[in-house]
Write a protein that binds this ligand. Structure first.
Ligand SMILES: [Zn+2]
Length: 307
């Protein structure tokens, strides 16, 4: 692989090129060249590769560009305090999970993923669209009011490169959880709860995987894992699933008000809620490991361990 191809090659190809270069007589100076080739765009590319995607979603962005990155601080919610911490720990960049800056305003745009999931599980497209429109309107209205520029402004003032990677990390998390569920029994709701609870990040969490609605002794029936669609589907999306043949819905988190609506309307179905921190930690551990494979040192702040 030649140097000009580096911009378009995957991280795995890059590592292979590095190993081959180190074995050849080009050796050391070339290794250094690769090591300093990591910039904020490459970090984003590693995030996209994690999900197997090519296009950056609306909830992820490079907010402050940077290059020559050797050490990064990774956290779920990044504020000015974490940026200062990164500076103190001599990090070259910060990676946030949750949307910040303009992506915090625009992230409702990724909710259409819910429509794909719902249609895939037998919900008519029109009903899926209506449920997602309600969710979009609720979140877009809320975020429209937010003062979204503070963290990105602080990073700019500090000269700290800043990236946020949300949906790609969540998609990786979805794939990990889906594999874990499918690898075991799925006859009862409790089987699903058990399989999820064995994943290290959930095992380390102070929260437990909970059946918030329905009963763990019920048959799971047709089940669906609803994550990596921006946010949980709340009441309307769960209702659409339950009314169209899905008996068990699995969310990462849910608002209390949305859960109460499910109880008031006496919906029939089971809702498993896994726990926000455990789930987000899976995605960020996946990202951190891939960055470490590129020779970047990571400081994972507040992320639960994956072993
Ligand atoms: Zn999250």
């Amino acid at each position: 692989m030649s140097c000009i191809e580096w911009e378009t090659c995957s991280s795995e190809q890059l590592i292979l090129a590095l190993v081959m270069a180190c074995r050849s007589d080009l050796n050391f100076s070339l290794c250094r060249l690769v090591a300093v080739a990591v910039d904020t765009d490459r970090i984003m590319k590693v995030g996209l590769e994690l999900a197997g995607w090519k296009k950056m979603p609306a909830d992820s962005a490079v907010h402050i560009k940077g290059k020559n990155i050797n050490k990064v601080l990774i956290g779920i919610d990044i504020g000015t305090a974490e940026l200062m911490l990164a500076k103190q720990l001599e990090c070259d960049a910060v990676i946030a999970h949750h949307p910040i800056g303009a992506t915090a305003v625009n992230f409702y745009k990724v909710f259409d993923t819910h429509i794909d999931y719902m249609v895939e599980h037998g919900v008519p497209k029109k009903i899926a669209r209506e449920a997602v429109e309600k969710l979009k309107e609720r979140i877009e209205t809320r975020n429209h009011a937010s003062i979204y520029s503070d963290v990105v402004g602080a990073a700019k003032a500090l000269g700290m490169p800043l990236v946020n990677i949300h949906q790609p990390c969540d998609e990786y998390m979805r794939q990990v959880i889906l594999r874990a569920i499918k690898a075991s029994r799925t006859e009862y709701v409790s089987d699903i709860v058990k399989s999820i609870g064995k994943i290290p990040e959930f095992r380390h969490a102070a929260t437990k995987v909970r059946v918030r609605f329905g009963n763990q002794n019920n048959k799971a029936g047709h089940w669906t894992l609803v994550v990596a669609a921006g946010t949980n589907g709340g009441f309307n999306i769960a209702k659409a699933y339950f009314q169209h043949g899905v008996s068990t819905v699995i969310y990462l988190h849910i608002d209390y008000g949305e859960l109460m609506k499910m109880r008031e309307e006496k919906l029939e179905g089971n809702l498993v809620v896994m726990g926000h921190l455990g789930g987000d930690s899976i995605g960020l551990n996946g990202l951190a490991e891939r960055l470490e494979n590129l020779g970047i040192e990571t400081v994972r702040v507040g992320i639960l361990p994956n072993r």
